[in-house]
Write a protein that binds this ligand. Structure first.
Ligand code: PMP
Length: 373
C-alpha cells in the first residue's frame, strides 16, 4: 500500500493506487468524488447526468461553462471556434486534411514519433504528406533543430505532435512556420502548460489524459481556415457543420463532456495552466533526476525534448523487469508498463497525478535499485 496516499480520500473512495497509465488516465480524487456524489441526482433535477437530454437547459449550462472555462484557461480569442467532438484524436488525423487542404494537394508533417507517423499515414489518404523532419532514424529520441527542417511552401499546413505519448518526446518550443498554418496534436499535453493558441490554425486533443475520460475530442480552429471545405465532405467530418450545430450535430457523449467540464473547473481551482505547468515541471524533474543518477534505469530521450507528461524508462538488466513490475503493482503503482510497440516502462504524469505520487514512485524505484545491488 502506498503510504503517502491521503488516507481520508482512500477511506471515502476505496482508491489506494497511483495510476501512471498513459490514458485513460488518472482523475483527481476530488473530481471522482464529485462525480460519485452527483451521479444519482444531478443538481436536484431528479435524474442522473447519464440519462440527461443533450439539449436540456441543465446540459446547456454545463457545456457553456466548459467552453467559457477553456477559453479563459487557454486564452482562446473569438476568431477561433471551440468544438467538442467524438471520434478521438484519431479521427482528427483525417478531419484536419479534409477540412484544411482546400485546393492544395500536400501538407507538411513533422515525424517525431508513433503518433506523428499515424497522423501522417492517415493524411496520405487525402494528399501527399511531406516529411518536414524525420526523427525515425534516431529511434524517436530527439527533435532535430528547425534549421534542419524542410517545409514545402506548397503544403496547406504543417502538422506536429506536441507531445509524443509513447516516445516521451515533447516540443519545448514552437515551430516558426513563417506564415504557414500550424496544426497541433495536443492530446497528451493540453492544459499541462501555457501554449500560444494564436500561433496555431488548428489544435486538437482527445480528453482521456488531461481533461477527463475517453469519448470526447477538443478542437480549436481559426474560423478563417475553413473557407474551402469540399462539398463532398461527410457532414460529421465537416468542422463547419459542427460550428453551426454548436457541437451538437448529433447525440454527443454527454458524460465525457460533463467530466471535461469538471476537469476544467478543477484546473481553474488549482490556479490555472501556469500553476499546472510549475507543478508538472517539478514532477518531471523528480523522475528524470532519479533516472539520470541511476545505474539501473535509463531514459534515452535527448534532454532538450524530454516530455513532462510521459517518462519512458528501461531497466539496464531486462531480467529484472518482471520483478520490478510485480513489486510496483503490489506497492500501489498501476499502469507502468510501456506501450506494446516499445516495451519497457512508462510513467505518465498528467495534471491529476499529485507530486506525492511521483515522490512515492521515485522512493520505490530507489529502494528497488538498492535491493538489487
Ligand atoms: N495522438 C496522441 C498524441 C495520442 O497520445 C493518442 C492516444 N494515446 C492519439 C493521438 C489517439 O487518440 P484516440 O485514441 O483518442 O484516437
Amino acid at each position: 500500500m502506498v503510504t503517502t496516499v491521503d488516507i481520508k480520500a482512500v477511506v471515502r473512495t476505496g482508491r489506494s493506487t497511483y495510476n501512471f497509465g498513459a490514458g485513460p488516465a488518472m482523475l483527481p480524487e476530488s473530481v471522482v468524488l464529485e462525480l460519485q456524489q452527483e451521479l444519482p441526482n444531478h443538481h436536484g433535477s431528479g435524474i442522473s447526468i447519464l440519462e440527461m437530454n443533450h439539449r436540456s437547459a441543465d446540459f446547456q449550462r454545463i457545456i457553456n461553462q466548459a467552453e467559457q472555462d477553456l477559453r479563459e484557461l487557454m486564452l482562446i480569442p473569438d476568431d477561433y471556434a471551440v468544438l467538442f467532438l467524438h471520434g478521438g484524436a484519431t479521427l482528427q488525423f483525417a478531419m484536419a486534411p479534409l477540412n484544411l487542404l482546400g485546393s492544395r494537394s500536400s501538407a507538411n508533417y513533422a515525424n517525431t514519433g508513433y503518433w506523428s507517423a499515424r497522423a501522417m499515414r492517415e493524411a496520405e489518404r487525402f494528399c501527399t504528406a511531406q516529411v518536414a523532419v524525420d526523427a525515425y532514424e534516431s529511434g524517436y529520441t530527439e527533435i532535430p533543430p528547425e534549421e534542419q527542417w524542410h517545409v514545402d511552401k506548397a503544403g496547406a499546413y504543417l502538422h506536429y505532435t506536441v507531445n509524443e505519448t509513447i516516445g516521451g518526446v515533447e516540443f519545448h518550443w514552437l515551430p516558426d512556420t513563417k506564415g504557414m498554418p500550424l496544426v497541433a496534436d495536443m492530446t497528451s499535453m493540453i492544459l499541462s502548460r501555457p501554449v500560444d493558441v494564436t500561433r496555431h490554425a488548428l489544435i486538437y486533443a482527445a480528453t482521456q489524459k488531461n481533461l477527463g475520460i475517453a469519448g470526447l475530442t477538443l478542437v480549436i480552429v481559426r474560423r478563417d481556415m475553413l473557407q474551402e471545405v469540399p462539398a463532398s465532405t461527410p457532414t460529421m467530418l465537416d468542422y463547419h457543420e459542427h460550428i453551426r450545430a454548436r457541437s451538437i450535430f448529433n447525440t454527443p457523449p454527454v458524460f465525457a463532456w460533463y467530466v471535461a467540464a469538471k476537469m476544467l473547473g478543477w484546473i481553474k481551482a488549482q490556479g490555472g495552466v501556469a500553476a499546472m505547468a510549475a507543478r508538472n515541471q517539478r514532477k518531471a524533474d523528480i523522475l528524470y533526476e532519479l533516472l539520470d543518477s541511476s545505474g539501473l534505469y535509463r531514459n534515452h530521450v535527448e534532454r532538450n525534448c524530454r516530455s513532462w507528461m510521459n517518462v519512458p524508462f528501461q531497466l539496464v538488466d531486462q531480467r529484472l523487469e518482471q520483478s520490478f513490475l510485480q513489486k510496483a503493482t503490489d506497492t500501489g503503482f498501476a499502469g507502468l508498463s510501456g506501450h506494446r510497440s516499445v516495451g519497457g516502462f512508462r510513467a505518465s504524469l498528467y495534471n491529476a497525478m499529485p507530486e506525492a505520487g511521483v515522490c512515492a514512485l521515485a522512493d520505490f524505484m530507489r529502494e528497488f535499485e538498492r535491493a538489487c545491488a
